[in-house]
Ligand binder design. Structure first.
Ligand code: EPU
Length: 463
């Protein structure tokens, strides 16, 4: 297993290019199962999740090859296979994206249920409700969802749930409905740019879909879809993460290849706290100087602030003046990063789906453990701003969703090293503190973060 060693305190400066979107690429790759012929995808990021899905697609009889140009070429060779095994699905929840395409194109899908998740409870009831409304016969057997239909029938489907719509649920129902007989309307469809990207991919294969980007989709079923070419949209979550990396280090970074129109809420929020952002087409320059101001922010479905940047925003707000409240209305338990940020001296109190973030005069480097993809990014940001060295462990989470993150940060002057997670690689500054009661030992941050942490864990165990 690898870990990052990060020496903080250096402003990030320079230029970097944003990669293709993970969350757009995955459902698009899955939908390539529906094509007669070959699909060529450009701008697919080179990520662990993309490799996991490639393996799953090959197990489903579809070859996935990355050409030297970087294009991903996907061709179905055997359309009789319909089983997505637990071995792949447990590695990546987004494997569930094959459910709709398999059912729509092959008439049968047998997909392992993904199981638990570090960011909270993640049911797929809305996916199943939508597919059942299209006439699929659905049952759960030995941990697998089995969905079958000779021919799906167009109908009206409502996909609203207690936390808004569902992104991959909309992808699944849309990918199945393109093959249904007649017309399907999806109400409360997710409006995220990644859903729009999938819709545009399906349209380029011959599907008839209107209303993309709105909560009302209308889909006229077709008999078959053809191979096509498509370019994946830039990753708005990576772009937001890099913008916050510039802000938290008081840097000056220019990002290339950004769809700022996909990031209005994030850009506004960063401007509100005092970050200077200049936009010129797909070029975004981000500068920040202290002091920055506190704010309240709520993670909501698109076009709101994405839950996928909530953790990174929490790190940034931990370093600004005043008290901020960060609320997650999509994944109310997505706060695993908080305990680790406390270890770096942040002052954060968790109350239900809120994190109350107070100003910390300085974060201090520490050994911290990543718990999921975006929590890992939040820890990297905090480490870039902290005094001294930090170790961020379990960065395999980061590798799932950020393409060459350490290279990009190094390109901006960040001191980030990837090493094996072995005791001899831990920097001396982070070796265990001697149990010395002598008068010369100074560890104010360490003492303070322990005190805050106790208070918080008592509260959370009471709730
Ligand atoms: N929900 C239900 N029932 C369902 C489906 C979802 O109640 O059948 C609830 C969820 O529990 C959650 C909310 O609805 O509270 C939204 O979940 P959604 O289905 O939209 O999430 P997802 O499709 O599983 C995608 C992204 C996530 C991102 C969320 C929210 C992909 C592959 N994943 O997940 O990305 O956080 O939408 O925007 O697109 C990440 O990239 O780190 C990540 C977790």
């Amino acid at each position: 297993m690898d870990m990052f060693i990060i020496r903080g305190g250096r402003p990030l400066t320079g230029e970097v290019t944003v990669s293709g979107s993970k969350n757009a690429a995955l459902p698009v790759m899955a939908a390539a199962l529906s094509a007669n012929g070959t699909c060529r995808l450009r701008n697919v990021p080179d990520l662990a999740d993309v490799r996991t899905l490639s393996t799953l697609l090959s197990e489903l009889g579809t070859s996935v090859m990355r050409e030297e140009s970087g294009e991903l070429v996907i061709t179905t060779e055997d359309a009789s296979r319909c089983v997505a095994e637990y071995e792949q699905v447990r590695r990546m929840r987004a494997s569930i994206c094959v459910l709709g395409p398999l059912l729509g194109r092959r008439g049968r899908a047998c997909v392992s249920l993904p199981g638990g998740c570090n960011i909270g409870h993640r049911p797929i009831d809305l996916h199943l409700k939508g597919l059942a409304a299209l006439g699929a016969n659905i049952r759960v057997e030995r941990g697998y969802v089995v969905a079958e239909a000779d021919r799906l029938r167009g109908t009206n489907v409502y996909l609203g749930g207690p936390f808004g719509s569902t992104v991959t649920g909309t992808c699944n129902v849309m990918s199945a409905a393109v093959f249904a007989e007649g017309t399907t309307t999806i109400e409360a469809a997710a409006c995220e740019p990644e859903v729009v990207d999938l819709g545009e991919f399906l349209i380029s294969m011959g599907a008839h879909i209107t209303g993309l980007g709105t909560p009302f989709l209308k889909i006229q079923g077709v008999e078959r879809l053809e191979g096509t070419e498509h370019t994946i949209i830039p990753d708005r979550i990576e772009a937001a993460t890099l913008m916050m990396a510039a802000a938290i280090t008081s840097g000056d970074v220019t990002l290339h290849g950004v769809r700022v129109d996909h990031m209005t809420a994030v850009v506004e929020k960063l401007r509100e706290i005092g970050v200077i952002i200049n936009v010129d087409g797909q070029l975004v320059r981000v500068r920040s100087e202290r002091p920055l101001r506190s704010t309240d922010c709520i993670a909501l479905p698109y076009p709101g602030i994405p839950t996928d940047v909530q953790a990174q925003l929490t790190s940034l707000l931990a370093t600004v003046d005043g008290i901020s409240i960060v609320t997650d209305k999509i994944f109310p338990d997505r706060f695993m990063h908080v305990s680790e940020l406390l270890r770096m001296g942040a002052s954060i109190r968790r109350e239900g789906n809120n994190a109350i973030v107070s100003h910390t005069s300085r974060l201090s480097g520490a050994s911290v453990m990543a718990s999921d993809l975006r929590a890992s990014a939040a820890l990297v940001l905090a480490a870039l701003a902290a005094d001294g060295e930090s170790v961020v462990r379990r960065i395999y989470h980061l590798d799932r969703g950020y393409e060459h993150l350490e290279t990009k940060l190094q390109q901006l002057g960040g001191e980030v090293r990837r090493v094996r997670d072995e005791p001899q690689n831990v920097p001396t500054s982070l070796q265990p503190i001697e149990d010395d009661t002598g008068p010369n030992i100074q560890r104010p941050h360490f003492t303070r973060s322990i005190a805050v942490r106790r208070a918080t864990s008592d509260e959370s165990s009471a709730s």
